[in-house]
Write a protein of this length. Structure first.
Length: 266
């Protein structure tokens, strides 16, 4: 039964990753805790391992379409690599119940944010916060642009190490409004940064994952990869507004469930 659940849950995480470009990774931890019975820090570590590998797989798929901006993704990822261990250390110092309540609040925040975004982001934003673009519509670079992206990566890294999330809900908007790239490129490039950040976060949380069932984790990962492929294919047939609303309902519902389990049903 656990193996079957691991496949199903992995498919759900991968599907949401493929459809949302990273935000779906926030579903992995509650599924591992309440569905497969893992401890919080072990679930964080396993989530980062699976989400990292799945995101890397997704980035390779997206690279074929030319949407991945490797330099921007690497800068974001570097910030995440540096900050994720700090998030992991913070997670070991905070009681599990408080961590779960904070995680529930994060899920509700992300879901509400997705639900409120009725208007799509501009295809190529402009303004004083965006970096200059070259002839191909790619960030032209420069130290200011790199620092802005690095700062976004640092913030994402702390959240990733603490909560076990990929941080696509922060990375994609950062790429859109700081690097000034299109939403398709932002979603694809965020997968690179998620993969790099997740590696650092997993290493920092490795001790918590030691002793976790390897077979169960592998099956969960395999389901996530399959779900990622399915999500990337299905995405082209669904309205972005519909996708956001579905994800918003799932994220808010899961956040309320985690909060209730932690605060009420103890």
């Amino acid at each position: 039964m656990d193996m079957t659940l691991a496949v199903v849950f992995g498919l759900l995480v991968g599907l949401s990753l493929g459809l949302t470009g990273g935000g779906g990774s926030i579903l992995a931890v509650p599924l591992l805790i309440y569905g497969l019975g893992m401890e919080l820090r072990a679930a964080v570590a396993i989530s980062l391992a699976v989400v990292g590998l799945t995101s890397l797989f997704g980035a390779v798929i997206q690279a074929r379409s030319g949407n991945v901006l490797w330099k921007a993704g690497a800068i974001l990822g570097l910030g995440g690599i540096i900050a994720a261990p700090f998030g992991a250390q913070l997670g070991t110092r905070i009681p599990e119940d408080i961590s779960l309540v904070l995680f529930a609040a994060l899920m509700i925040f992300v879901g509400a944010r997705m639900a409120r975004r009725e208007r799509p982001a501009p295809e190529v934003p402009t303004g004083r916060f965006t970096c200059p673009l070259d002839e191909q519509g790619r960030p032209a670079g420069g130290i200011t642009c790199a620092l802005k992206l690095g700062a976004a990566g640092l913030m994402t890294g702390v959240l990733s190490g603490f909560f076990g999330v990929g941080g696509g809900f922060l990375l994609a908007p950062a790429l859109i409004f700081v690097a000034g790239v299109s939403i398709d490129r932002a979603l694809a490039t965020s997968l690179v940064a998620i993969a790099l950040t997740a590696v650092s976060g997993f290493i920092a949380n490795f001790a918590a994952a030691y002793g976790s069932p390897v077979a169960l984790t592998a099956v969960f990962a395999a389901g996530s990869w399959a779900g990622m492929v399915g999500g990337a294919w299905l995405k082209q047939y669904l309205s972005p507004v519909v996708l956001r609303r579905i994800f918003a309902v799932v994220a808010v519902g899961a956040g309320l469930f985690v909060a209730a389990e932690t605060l009420i049903f103890v």
